[in-house]
Write a protein that binds this ligand. Structure first.
Ligand code: 8YV
Length: 328
């Protein structure tokens, strides 16, 4: 007799090819109008699903996990970061969590590089001038930014994405510095001509541009605290395509306003989708709505990973992207 298909509840609209395959493989409930679930709706999904496919917009804390029915054995996250899921509680309840690493590395690194270029070269500021009809013609001393070539880039988090950023940055003449929980392999350091800083404080005080590329974990929450941000040189720029929570956003805003930091490029925010209104007022800040992995290719690859993780799990095997608490 054919086995009963597991009920998979997907919390957001996914690329159509992924949804179609999901429907073929499992008893699937989609969210076709893409409205984010309320906490009450998410709790209801936890009570019904055998497998939940959430995204970064779903907060799955201990209280939410307590709602799960006993058949919910897998949370197959659509996305790499899993800071919105209480991993320890999930594990204690016997729920496996998977993510989608590797397939959004290059796109996120591209977006990081785009911000590294956009902020010092005043890209969006110039674009606004043209669009708003405020351009009165070329001038030798107007709209001057700062050169990228020859500057020092300090990468905070030298994992897959950090390394992909470093490769791009080298082509733009930046010298690579990094701080990471663990020093990367000597071959990688050599390839990237990267300088390792065991002391984050020491690195921050010496860089021209800082790029945040580490995950948000309890250990990295406000890693760029007010005290650390104050170590930056006044001509330094900060770029973040990782997680807003890694930077104390209020402190960053305050230091940008008083000119203690030259500018920032932010794709992620501490209280997404809310953005500090003071940041919106500033010309030296480029703001993006969490689009680091927003390519159709990445989103399809992420979906494929979700499908593989679910299928291997329901077939009784360890899914390839099982997240192990404490290993992040
Ligand atoms: C995703 C991300 O779009 O994967 C991540 O960690 O930050 C994003 O690029 C999002 O998480 C999807 O859930």
């Amino acid at each position: 007799m054919a086995q009963k298909k597991p009920l998979v509840i997907v919390t957001r609209k996914l690329p159509e090819a992924i949804e179609t395959r999901m429907m073929e493989l499992f008893d699937t409930r989609l969210n076709l109008d893409d409205r984010p679930l309320t906490q009450a709706e998410l709790a209801e999904a936890m009570r019904q699903a055998d497998v939940l496919v959430p995204t970064v917009t779903d907060r799955i804390d201990a209280g939410m996990l307590a709602q799960a029915n006993s058949d919910l054995r897998l949370i197959a996250n659509f996305g790499n970061g899993i800071d919105h899921i209480d991993l320890a509680t999930a594990r204690s309840r016997g729920i496996t969590v998977t993510n989608t690493p590797g397939v959004l590395t290059e796109d996120t690194a591209d977006m990081t590089m785009a911000l590294i270029l956009a902020v010092p070269r005043r890209l969006t500021e110039g674009e606004r001038v043209v669009r708003e009809g405020r351009w009165n013609g070329w001038s030798p001393t107007w709209m001057l930014g700062h050169r990228i070539w020859g500057k020092r880039l300090g990468i905070l988090g030298m994992g897959r994405i950090g390394q992909a950023v470093a490769r791009r940055a080298r082509a733009f003449g930046l010298s690579i510095h990094y701080h990471n929980r663990n020093r990367v392999h000597a071959d990688i350091e050599r390839e990237l001509e990267a300088t390792y800083w065991e002391s984050l404080d020491q690195m921050l005080a010496r860089m021209d541009i800082i790029s945040v590329n580490c995950p948000h974990t309890p250990a990295t929450f406000h890693l760029l605290s007010a005290r650390r941000l104050e170590l930056l040189q006044p001509h330094a720029y900060v770029v973040n395509t990782a997680r807003g929570e890694v930077i104390d956003e209020n402190a960053l805003t305050r230091l940008l306003r008083k000119g203690a930091i030259a500018g920032a490029g932010l794709d992620v925010f501490e209280h997404e989708p809310a953005v500090n209104p003071k940041l919106v007022e500033m010309d030296n800040v480029v703001l993006l709505p969490h689009m680091g992995s927003a390519t159709i290719e990445a989103r399809i690859d992420m979906g494929e990973k979700v499908l593989i993780n679910i299928k291997t799990f329901v077939d009784g095997h360890t899914p390839p992207d099982r997240v192990i608490a404490g290993l992040l």
